[in-house]
Design a protein around this ligand. Structure first.
Ligand code: NDP
Length: 296
């Protein structure tokens, strides 16, 4: 009988990641009982050595998160066009002595949107997650406008992906928050971003990549206007599902992953986020619900 097949998430720090709970629940659900997904706390200088060593100790692949996404792409022997265009990888697969890089953040966002097919979108932010989101939407032919606190970064991102940088937010079918605003302090949303709670009705659908126990102020106000809301856990689940399918060749048990990601006490995969940890239990109003707040 062979040993364990290992998967994991490399980050620094990474202790609060929801990915092990989500992936281990998925592995159990599809009967892969000799597979395990684990945390890999790795400082940046150890990533190259670790990526070389992991296949030899039973790893089939890993997710990488902050701060490793760009370095992971650079270390890979081959990469998908999506990872190359975004300039970052969140999924490494080890096979036949090679390291393959992919980026499931972009298709994960599209999968989380489901049957929402916007013609226009406003993206807030110009960091790593905004790159994946703008790329994903632009690839779908969506007319994307990008706002960012640092205007130059918005201009540069917009020009790279055929979007337009804006300083005032126009109405659109979709609004996506890719800034970290609202993570540590939910009351900062309407101070730090150029959005008004009473103008959120200008968007049919609002996505907040930030997720936190108790939900974010942005999605709470968006729900109040009747907009469809999709939270960051829903996006996390879909990017995780795509990684899972790539490694295992099995269909990802989405509902199992969703329940595990929502039921875990950790507030955010983002190591920069350390709000108080709530007791485990059913998700409250952090749901990616349709109009009226029902869960997807
Ligand atoms: P980056 O550090 O790459 O980018 C941060 C962005 O937030 C920049 O655009 C920055 O603007 C902006 N920002 C930060 N503070 C402020 C502020 N006070 N006012 C206005 N803008 C601000 O982060 P990521 O793109 O990797 O992540 C962004 C958020 O998305 C994080 O909270 C992360 O947890 C979440 N995320 C969720 C994922 C999911 O699966 N749900 C996946 C990836 C990320 P500036 O350029 O001016 O500094």
């Amino acid at each position: 009988m062979g040993g364990l097949t290992r998967l994991g998430v490399a980050g620094w720090p990474v202790a609060h990641s929801r990915s092990p709970a989500m992936h281990n629940a998925a592995l159990d659900a599809v009967g892969l009982d000799r597979w395990r997904y684990q945390l890999l706390p790795l400082p940046p200088d150890l990533l190259p050595e670790a990526v070389r060593a992991l296949p030899g100790v039973g790893f089939a692949g890993i997710n990488v998160t902050i701060p490793h996404k760009e370095a992971a792409l650079a270390l890979a022997d081959e990469a998908t066009a999506t990872a190359r265009a975004i300039g970052a990888a969140n999924t490494l697969t080890f096979a036949e002595g090679a390291v393959h890089a992919d980026n499931t953040d972009a298709p994960g966002l599209l999968a989380a949107l489901g049957d929402e097919h916007p013609d226009s979108a406003v993206v807030l932010g110009a960091g790593g997650s905004a790159r994946a989101v703008v790329y994903a939407l632009a690839q779908q032919g969506v007319a994307v406008k990008v706002w960012n606190r640092s205007v130059d970064r918005a201009r540069s991102l917009a020009s790279e992906f055929g979007a337009e940088a804006v300083q005032d937010l126009p109405a659109a079918d979709l609004l996506v928050n890719c800034t970290s605003v609202g993570l540590a302090d939910p009351s900062s949303t309407f101070k730090d971003l150029p959005v008004r709670a009473d103008a959120l009705g200008e968007y049919a659908c609002v996505v907040d990549l930030v997720y936190r126990a108790g939900g974010t102020g942005l999605l709470r106000e968006a729900k109040r206007t009747g907009a469809r809301t999709i939270d960051g856990i829903e996006v996390l689940v879909h990017q995780g599902a795509l990684s899972f399918e790539r490694w295992t060749g099995r269909a990802a048990p989405l509902e199992v992953m969703r329940r595990a990601a929502r039921g875990t006490a950790s507030p955010n995969d983002d190591p920069r986020s350390r709000p108080p940890v709530p007791a485990p239990g059913p998700a409250r109003d952090v749901g990616g619900g349709r109009r009226g707040g029902d869960q997807r």
